[in-house]
Design a binder for this molecule. Structure first.
Ligand SMILES: [Zn+2]
Length: 179
C-alpha cells in the first residue's frame, strides 16, 4: 500500500495549470441501483500521473494509434483513471513507467507507444498553457498569489483546499497565458 507523507519543507512554489473537464460522468456503469448524486471535484496531477492514466486507459484500446486519440478521449481516460484508481495509484504507476522507460526491458514498440501517449497528453493538456497564479507557502501554511502585472491578488488560509479553489476561480480572471 502506498502512503504519502506531507513534508512541510518540500512543497515548492508552482504555477497553477488551467482547469479542464469534466468530460463525462464517470461511475454510472458500476451499479445497478438508483444514483444519489453526481459529485464534482478538481484534481491536480503531474504530467507523469496523467501519462499513467492515459496508459491505463489505452490498455483497453490497443487497436488505436496513440497519435489519433482526440483531446476528449484523452481527457476522458484521465477522468476515468482518477475515478477508478485515484491519484496515489497513478503516482505509483508513473514511477513504474519512469523506472522502465528507456531500459532494455522495454522493446522498441512499447517505447514508441509511450512516446505517442506522451504526445497525446500534450495535445490534451498543452505544456505551454498556464495561469499567472502561483501556489506557494507550505502544505501547512498555503498561499496563492497572482503574478499578473498590477494585480496583487493573494489568498491565504490554513486550508489548502480553500486556497486552491480560490486560486482556480481567480485564474479565470486572466485566462490561460503562455508560460
Ligand atoms: Zn490576478
Amino acid at each position: 500500500m502506498t502512503t504519502v507523507e506531507m513534508n512541510a519543507n518540500t512543497w515548492v512554489a508552482t504555477p497553477l495549470p488551467p482547469a479542464s473537464g469534466p468530460t463525462g460522468v464517470a461511475g454510472v456503469e458500476h451499479y445497478g441501483e438508483p444514483l444519489a448524486a453526481v459529485v464534482r471535484l478538481d484534481v491536480a496531477l503531474t504530467r507523469g500521473q496523467i501519462l499513467a492514466a492515459v496508459a491505463e486507459g489505452f490498455s483497453y484500446r490497443e487497436d488505436r494509434d496513440p497519435d489519433t486519440l482526440t483531446v476528449a478521449e484523452v481527457r476522458w481516460m484521465v477522468e476515468q483513471a482518477i475515478e477508478t484508481g485515484g491519484t496515489l495509484a497513478l503516482a505509483a504507476d508513473a514511477d513504474t513507467i519512469w523506472d522502465g522507460f528507456g531500459t532494455d526491458d522495454w522493446g522498441a514498440e512499447l517505447t514508441e507507444r509511450m512516446l505517442g501517449l506522451a504526445r497525446a497528453v500534450d495535445r490534451a493538456y498543452p505544456p505551454a498553457g498556464s495561469s499567472p497564479i502561483v501556489l506557494d507557502g507550505t502544505p501547512m501554511d498555503p498561499v496563492a498569489r497572482c503574478t499578473a502585472r498590477n494585480c496583487g491578488w493573494t489568498a491565504h488560509s490554513d486550508d489548502v483546499a480553500f486556497v486552491s479553489e480560490a486560486a482556480l476561480r481567480h485564474a479565470e480572471v486572466h485566462g490561460v497565458v503562455a508560460r
